[in-house]
Design a protein around this ligand. Structure first.
Ligand code: CO8
Length: 258
């Protein structure tokens, strides 16, 4: 982890924290940062001591988008042959819960990164948008799809076609954001939520995340079927026995992730 140059990586108990750290460029997401972020998150994913992860930015920006200076000269042939931005699949493939702590700008790829997280905690000064159209392009890492699912077609079209930003209140009201807090609270709020998640049965947490994700990609009947089978499967875990025994015995459960 000492080798990372564009991110800071630390653990807080059972929570893995990655802080984007290119403040002079408002955390613009260049290829190195994307590589380092994916590696750090995958290392937490593989670490049995970690139950949930937080990705945070700085005070002024979560991330102001893909690095425009790095992308400016790219040709279609390069973009196609390098499968440009496909690295991002690694973030959405994570099975452990991932929380975004967003203060300041979350634009373009920064907004798309936030939308790849399972919970978005925003400071009341956060601003979200997909300004790609102002650069002669369009969102490239899921923005058209995830924003439309999160906030509906009417608002997604408005944001993507005009490039305007929305503030935290509008983002919360339209379903993009889970919670809005004061800027000085945003990181702690995210870390506390992650610590809470990490304190539960890991099997239950991963299964619940997976089931909610299925909702975006299936019919109601198929989704409910997946949920029911997954729910039933949890009765095969020791953690279910422990969680319910602890409730009945009025004590705290000790989950062992088995
Ligand atoms: N790329 C590269 N550098 C950036 C970026 C960016 N996206 N955003 C800000 N910076 C740099 C600025 O160039 C400036 O550097 P310098 O001091 O060397 O001139 C520094 O950060 C500070 O920025 P500003 O001086 O502009 O700060 P302001 O407070 O005046 O403005 C804004 C803040 C409004 C956020 C402004 O910086 C801005 O509009 N940034 C660009 C926002 C944008 O268009 N983002 C979308 C980028 S395209 C994209 O994300 C495509 C996604 C496709 C998928 C790929 C996923 C990674």
């Amino acid at each position: 982890t000492d080798a990372y140059e564009t991110i800071l990586v630390e653990t807080r108990g059972a929570v893995g924290l990655v802080t984007l750290n290119r403040p002079k460029a408002l955390n613009a997401l260049n290829a190195q940062l994307i590589r380092e972020l994916c590696s750090a998150l995958e290392a937490f994913e593989a670490d049995d001591a970690i139950g949930a992860m937080v990705v945070a930015g700085g005070e002024k920006a979560f991330a102001a988008g893909a690095d425009v200076k790095e992308m400016a000269a790219k040709t279609y042939a390069e973009a196609y042959l390098q499968d440009f931005v496909s690295d991002w699949k690694r973030v959405s493939a994570l099975r452990k819960p991932l929380i975004a702590a967003v203060a300041g700008y979350a634009l373009g790829g920064g907004c798309e990164l936030a939308m790849m997280c399972d919970i978005v905690i925003a400071a009341d000064d956060a601003r979200f948008g997909q300004p790609e159209i102002t650069l002669g392009i369009m969102p490239g890492f899921g923005g058209t799809q995830r924003l439309a699912r999160a906030v509906g077609q009417a608002k997604a079209m408005d944001l993507i076609l005009t490039g305007r930003m929305m503030d935290a209140a509008e983002a919360e009201g339209s379903g993009l954001v889970s919670r809005v807090v004061a800027p000085e609270r945003v990181l702690d709020e995210a870390l506390e939520a992650a610590a809470k998640i990490a304190s539960f049965s890991r099997i239950a947490a991963l299964a619940a995340k997976e089931a909610v994700q299925v909702a975006a990609e299936s019919s109601l009947t198929e989704g409910v079927r997946f949920e029911r089978r997954t729910f039933q499967a949890l009765y095969a875990t020791e953690d279910q026995k422990e969680g319910m025994a602890a409730f009945v015995e009025k004590r705290k459960p000790v989950f062992r992730n088995r």
